[in-house]
Design a protein around this ligand. Structure first.
Ligand code: BGC
Length: 265
């Protein structure tokens, strides 16, 4: 009995829906680490709600069959790369437009037959970083910025997440910031690291002026190449790379699933 109670409260499944892959894992919520390997399936194309729900269900089924899986009726956390308001997708900058207005919580809850809590992908990464990673114990405002296909952002103040802060959609010099300074913009425009650093400089110094954070944490795949551009940035705020690299979305969404479940009670 005590074993299963412990499992239910400290272990949860998190799923990270991305443009190219959908990844899931079982998370130990005490340590913020994955238990065992993560499961990844290519994002179906077109990535319609029904097709994505099918893949999420396959991943959850695979994880649920493992020894360390949480109880079959326990909540599942899911990230999605768009504004998520009360479980409903309200934007679709880099995903299939049919997601706009989709109640992702209800869709996945019905498909999986267990409670699902969906959140913005950068918010999930932010939550993971302040709970277990580079932002742990930092007072005041932490901004987690993910550089990928778009630019995601998470605002956390004294450990509390303020969701759906879309700093990647700030208009700077008449352009949407992520169209200039995301990792995909660097590839698209074939920029050198110096050129990319200039674009990041414009973005980070503007955000620094607007938000006065205590810490910037950089996430996304390109955080692995931070030595190539971070030393070139000149801002007053400390700026570090994320600790949980590829799994931040899985970890943060797993954590949020339990928090949401508690709040709903
Ligand atoms: C979306 C955000 C998302 C970010 C990273 C942006 O285009 O608007 O909601 O967090 O991309 O995926």
């Amino acid at each position: 009995m005590s074993k299963s109670v412990k499992k239910q409260t400290t272990v949860a499944i998190g799923i990270d829906i991305g443009g190219t892959g959908i990844k899931g894992g079982i998370v130990n919520l005490t340590t913020g680490k994955l238990i065992g390997d993560r499961v990844r399936i290519d994002t179906p194309q077109p990535a319609t709600p029904a097709a994505v729900a099918e893949v999420v269900s396959q991943i959850v089924a695979e994880l649920s069959a493992l020894d360390d899986a949480p109880a079959p009726d326990s909540p599942v956390g899911v990230t999605f790369p768009a504004i998520i308001h009360h479980g409903v997708a309200r934007s679709a900058a880099n995903v299939d437009k049919s997601w706009i207005g989709t109640d992702v919580d209800s869709l996945l809850t019905a498909r999986l037959g267990r409670p699902v809590h969906v959140m913005n992908d950068a918010d999930a990464a932010g939550l993971a970083e302040v709970r277990y990673g580079a932002g742990k114990g930092v007072d005041g405002t932490v901004l987690v910025i993910t550089l990928g296909t778009g630019i995601g952002s998470a605002l956390i103040h004294n450990g509390v997440l303020i969701p759906n802060i879309e700093l990647g959609h700030l208009e700077i010099d008449s352009a949407v910031a992520e169209s200039k300074a995301s990792a995909s913009a660097r590839e698209r425009d074939d920029l050198s690291w110096d050129e990319y650093a200039e674009r990041l400089q414009r973005f980070f110094s503007h955000v620094e002026f607007l938000m006065s954070p205590n810490l910037f944490v950089i996430g996304g795949g390109i955080s692995k190449r931070a030595d190539d551009y971070l030393p070139k940035l000149s801002i007053n705020t400390p700026i570090v790379t994320a600790s949980s690299k590829n799994n931040a979305g899985i970890v943060g969404s797993a954590l949020q699933s339990l928090i949401s479940e508690q709040l709903a009670k």
